[in-house]
Ligand binder design. Sequence first.
Ligand SMILES: [Zn+2]
Length: 393
Amino acid sequence: MTRELLTGIGQLVTNDPADPGATGVDRLRLVADAAVLIEDGRVAWLGSASLAPEAEVVADLGGATVIPGFVDSHSHLVFAGDRSAEFEARMSGRPYTAGGIRSTVAATRAATDSELRARLRGFIRELQRQGTTTVEIKSGYGLSVADEERLVAIAASVTDEVTFLGAHVVPDEYAADPDAYVDLVTGPMLDACAPHARWIDVFCETGAFTVAQSRRLLEAGVARGLGVRVHASQLGPGEGVQLAVSLGAASVDHCTYLTDADIATLAGSSTVATLLPGVEFSTRQPYPDARRLIDAGVTVAIACDCNPGSSFTSSMPFCIAVAVRDMGMTPAEALWSATAGGAAALRRDDIGRVAVGARADLAVLRAPSYVHLAYRPGVPLVEATWKDGVRVA
Ligand SMILES: [Zn+2]
């Protein structure tokens, strides 16, 4: 197997904790003037470039910054249609509600598998060009047994991190009897989708699913061997965070409106709080307070929540810039949350860090330091991306 050495790395971000209690920039475990050896898709060695071993292939990165590939732990990338008119209306003053999901459901049901696959492949290329090497993808725009099954199957063709989100919103045909829809999701729909998925998720929010319905849905998924993720406290405070932690969720996502009790519960748990800066940006809602979470000891991830309604960005660098500017995070905290934090939200230790034995998932920044991700918002700093040791962008 060919060994490839990436050298000439001005600054290498490893996220490899010698001290698990480290905070801030110490958590990034930076190495200056570094090199990384790739073998069999994994990191085989890393350290000072002057000490690097021999390799058949050598790439000199000319002083670039290298970071772990971004881990985008929350997306909804299998869909059809366009909601730019809804966005324009919202920017003209109309409030965001969960109901717009239904228009994407109609467009997605009408699309063929090949249309959905082609669009998804385009998104994957788009993510890779921006340094993302792992993406979690949710279903949730089918909302029938056959459509949800095809969405999770299509998602599984591009990622191992597939989430069954049949409980995204109650479809129109069940509007008069939402509990009958919960019966469908926990029964035949779960039977059809569970073999393709690793996770189950529910949108626990006013206008979507109640706490009691959410508990039924998540417990049914757990009984089928799926891990738990929850959308909660996006539009207002609720009981979703407490429910998520009580079920041992890997992540509770949004967390825009948290009570002190929610934060204390998260801090005492292994559940990650995943913040989605693109949503507040694109809906003009107040941002979640990441500072309050981090200071309380909660593990925080950042993800794009790429979807056609509330956050149609696939750019982790953009989300980092917003998190730093408007959510109280330092540049180091935001980068950690977009890499190692995302890995924690997916309960993975083979990604989100550059360490011997970890996957060789790397992003090369044409910049002298990681700080430029937040310092130069909107600038395409990602020059190259390696996934499993192969250059993909
Ligand atoms: Zn979402």
